[in-house]
Design a protein around this ligand. Structure first.
Ligand code: 9WN
Length: 439
């Protein structure tokens, strides 16, 4: 398929998923607005229509809570209340002082929004300056909430639900989840609609869902206040923290454009980067690991452990991460994007969504990291893999990490959204040496 056709198809998916001010990740499986999806989607809109990108981010920020949290899900009142589980009647944000009028969930997702806002601005800089002025306070408040209320006390921020990582059933959360006692009976009054759209072997198990529900119920009983006893689950995710630091760098650039002080943002970005290196980076394993609630490293190699590449890192760390992704665990190649989890790991599963399958957004983040560090050969290989996957299988939610077969739902928004970005940033091929005809 020609690049122009692929770009057109990607834009058609975004238009098909556009829903008056935001883009649903999937019409069938995810019929509302999701937080980090909107950031990746806005990056796609920046290429096709920056105006849509601005509305995408502003509609999400319109549902920001008074304490600064940007919710994981913003529910569309026009969609049936039980179309997605857990829906608005489970989260009950309407009962919480400081929650917005629009119903939302009460947890967050990885903060990649300031980065997205900067990219949308760059696509249309003249118009964008006013946009940046409008979104800057909300983006800053989003980061302030995380740094104030979710600090682990040692330079990093915690997540309090696996859904907050965006890598929901990653093996990195298994040990912490076993602390949560929940009977699958808690699911009795609810219906999981995800299983209507995707095979059960690809989704989290009933035991996982029972725990997900139990963690929310306790947080909800505490009015979603981050206070002692509110959290059954606590972990530090390297991807979440890397994106927070990367977005702080973006906030510094935004601050420059609109005449606000940028230095505090750069300082915050540097401090998070230093803490990631000191606490999550394992020199022996040459990988960034998640931390459990006590700050101990969880030695599972997940793709999120490559995400700190988006930051400024010492050369030896970059070399080690690139060696790790090229080795048997992640098997960098030009056909299938990076697996979400170690191909050789004990919990590896080719089908269950964050326990092996390859996702476009996480590979895109690693690609940005490779480009930042001038690793153009590996970047070209990874870009080729991502484009190959969507060309062969369409804009699927994720892909079998060994065969590249498309899995999850079709017409998944961020797989479509990041494609025009891959096509736009593809480096011009190196000039081939001219063959001099023998005289
Ligand atoms: C729960 C919307 C979201 C993504 C997550 C992905 C999946 C939801 C679910 O879909 O999670 O948030 O029901 O599985 O894991 O990263 O944001 O696309």
């Amino acid at each position: 398929m020609r690049d122009a056709d692929l770009r057109r198809e990607a834009t058609a998916v975004l238009l098909g998923n556009w829903e008056r001010g935001h883009t649903v990740p999937s019409r069938r499986l995810y019929p509302h607005q999701w937080s980090w999806d909107s950031a990746f989607i806005a990056i796609g809109w920046a290429h096709a229509s920056p105006g849509h990108g601005r509305r995408e981010l502003e509609s999400l920020l319109a549902a920001q809570w008074a304490d600064g949290r940007v919710p994981q899900i913003v529910f569309n009142p026009a969609v049936a209340r039980d179309a997605y589980f857990p829906g608005p009647d489970f989260w009950r944000s309407r009962d919480v002082p400081g929650a917005p009028r629009r119903e939302t969930s009460g947890i967050v997702q990885p903060p990649v929004h300031a980065r997205a806002a900067l990219e949308v601005h760059r696509a249309a800089p003249t118009l964008g300056r006013r946009f940046l002025r409008r979104v800057y306070p909300g983006l800053k408040a989003q980061h302030d909430y995380l740094l104030r209320h979710r600090s682990d006390g040692d330079g990093l921020v915690t997540i309090v639900h696996p859904w907050e990582s965006g890598q929901d059933n990653s093996p990195a959360w298994d040990a912490e989840l076993t602390r949560v006692t929940a009977d699958v009976e808690v699911l009795a009054g609810h219906r999981r609609h995800d299983l209507d759209h995707v095979d059960a072997t690809e989704r989290p198990t009933a035991a996982d869902y029972a725990r997900y529900v139990a963690i929310v119920e306790t947080y909800r009983d505490h009015g979603y206040r981050d206070e002692p006893g509110a959290h059954h689950f606590v972990a530090v995710d390297p991807l979440f923290n890397a994106l927070l630091a990367w977005s702080e760098e973006a906030l510094a650039e935004i601050a420059d454009v609109i005449g606000e002080p940028s230095e505090p943002h750069l300082e915050r970005a540097g401090a998070i980067r230093d803490a990631l290196l000191a606490r999550c980076y394992d020199r022996g394993a040459q990988h960034f690991f998640a931390l459990d609630r006590h700050g101990a490293r969880v030695p599972e190699h997940c793709v999120g452990g490559l995400a700190p590449l988006v930051l400024d890192l010492p050369t030896d760390v970059v070399d080690a991460l690139v060696a790790g992704m090229s080795g048997p665990r992640f098997a960098l190649n030009d056909r299938v994007p990076l697996p979400s989890y170690d191909l050789t790991g004990p919990a590896f599963d080719t089908t269950r969504y964050w326990r092996g399958p390859a996702w476009i957004n996480t590979s895109w983040l690693v690609l940005r990291g490779l480009e930042r560090h001038g690793r153009h050969t590996e970047a070209a290989t990874l870009r080729a893999a991502m484009l190959n996957a969507v060309r062969q299988e369409g804009f699927r939610e994720y892909f079998d990490p060994r065969t590249g077969a498309g899995r999850g739902v079709a017409d998944f928004s961020w797989s479509a959204a990041l494609t025009p970005d891959l096509l736009a940033t593809a480096p011009t091929p190196a000039p081939r040496p001219l063959t001099v005809a023998p005289s």
